[in-house]
Ligand binder design. Structure first.
Ligand code: GCO
Ligand code: MG
Length: 401
């Protein structure tokens, strides 16, 4: 079998997605997600200009060799653009291999390690009672793990909370500006979890995302005060560019720590893993080099008691979700999968075999990844430039969003 053609499809059914489609001379095709939220066209160009010409004529069965060719052969290693592009090729090749062998990809990764992939949904409240209501409504839908975020009184627009129509929007900017005040957040977050636990008890896992906004000592302070509420994890307490930052947090709290949705490679977290400074690594299939590299990362983490909790926000396409679920069902130390929301339009553009039931996600039994792209439908949703919000502190300094 030979790769006969590869093409990049950009579509925007509610939000932008970049998809790579690889076709073969035997009529089998595979697809991979290459979406990098807010920087989509950089990956699209990287693929179309530099990767696609290297693929044509290659044997799609040689997944490892293709991975190494794209990684080592570029000379310029790592980085979100490069690794998202490699990931898209990797997913598409696993998809082709599964279809060629007429088996779901998880079977090629060693078969099932579990019966379903535990997932968590998002409850985002305007107030604490609103957050509690949203948690309860997810519980009614069957969720066993729920991330809780809530507007902090005095900070109107902030990460992970419901926004008003024009919240934070400055007419002279193409992006939204949020506000931030650490001291207000640190006072509020323990109160939020105290009230949520009071209302719902301890039968459901609760998670929380600090979205890179704290310093290590602030994170230690918060983690300590959240201990009684038994969080599944405190996510992205500080940015992990400096991996040793987590040592200080660890010294102060037993709240489990997760980090890594922006990681691209095992090299971004080998110290975090080796020194057991975290409990969960959030590296994901699309931003960390595909199934091939994510699997190596997870295998490295296994003896250190670090498990995966892959990023799965709505800006990762249903193609990524399919790949993540084949990884998650087969990988022994895959603990949990984030399950972000996709619009109905997005589900229609990317028909998929994966499904949610009773708090778990299932990859389905279709050969390959079990996901496809309806190109005709995709072509109806034109790309529209969009940015992630930025965050400013009370004194106007740019913060981490
Ligand atoms: C999460 C994330 C997301 C990211 C977003 C960036 O935990 O789901 O923090 O909300 O901010 O995916 O594109
Ligand atoms: Mg996050």
């Amino acid at each position: 079998m030979k790769i006969s053609r590869a093409s990049v499809i950009v579509t925007s059914p509610g939000r932008n997605f970049v998809t790579l489609k690889i076709e073969t001379d035997e009529g089998i095709h595979g697809i991979g997600d290459a979406t990098l939220n807010g920087r989509e066209l950089a990956v699209a160009a990287y693929l179309a200009e530099h990767v696609v010409p290297m693929l044509e004529g290659r044997d799609p069965a040689d997944i490892e060799d293709t991975w190494q060719l794209l990684y080592k052969g570029a000379y310029w290693r790592r980085g979100p653009v490069t690794m998202a592009a490699i990931a898209a090729v990797d997913m598409a090749l696993w998809d082709i291999k599964g279809k060629a062998l007429d088996t779901p990809v998880y079977n090629l990764l060693g078969g099932r390690s579990r019966t379903g992939v535990l997932c968590y949904g998002h409850a985002s409240g305007r107030t604490i009672p609103d957050a509690i209501e949203k948690v309860q409504s997810l519980q009614e839908k069957g969720y066993r793990a729920i991330r809780v975020q809530c507007v902090v009184p005095g900070i109107d627009n902030m990460y992970g909370t419901p926004r008003g129509e024009t919240a934070g929007q400055r007419p002279d900017l193409p992006f939204v500006e949020d506000g931030w005040a650490t001291e207000k957040y640190l006072r509020f977050a323990p109160q939020l979890f105290a009230e949520v636990r009071d209302a719902i008890g301890y039968d459901v896992h609760l998670l929380h995302d600090a979205h890179h906004r704290l310093t290590p000592i602030e994170a230690g302070w918060l983690g300590k005060r959240l201990e009684d509420f038994q969080l599944f994890w405190l996510e992205d307490a500080v940015p992990a560019e400096l991996q040793e930052s987590f040592r200080l947090i660890r010294q102060h709290t037993t709240t489990p720590l997760a980090v890594g949705e922006v990681f691209n490679s095992l090299m971004d977290c080998h110290q975090l893993i080796r020194e057991q400074l975290i409990d969960y690594v959030r590296a994901t299939v699309v931003h960390a080099g595909g199934i091939t590299h994510l699997r190596k990362l997870a295998n490295f983490a296994e003896p250190y008691h670090v498990r995966t909790g892959c990023h799965g926000a709505g800006d990762l396409s249903p193609v990524s979700m399919a790949a993540a679920l084949h990884f998650g069902i087969s990988t022994h130390n895959a603990a949990i999968q984030e399950y972000g929301h996709h619009s109905e339009e997005t589900h229609a553009v990317f028909p998929h075999a994966w499904s949610f039931s009773d708090g778990y996600l299932h990859p389905g039994e279709a050969p390959g990844l079990g996901v496809d792209i309806d190109e005709e439908l995709a072509s109806r949703y034109e790309y529209s430039r969009s940015y992630l919000p930025v965050s400013r502190k009370v004194d106007g300094t740019v913060g981490s969003w």
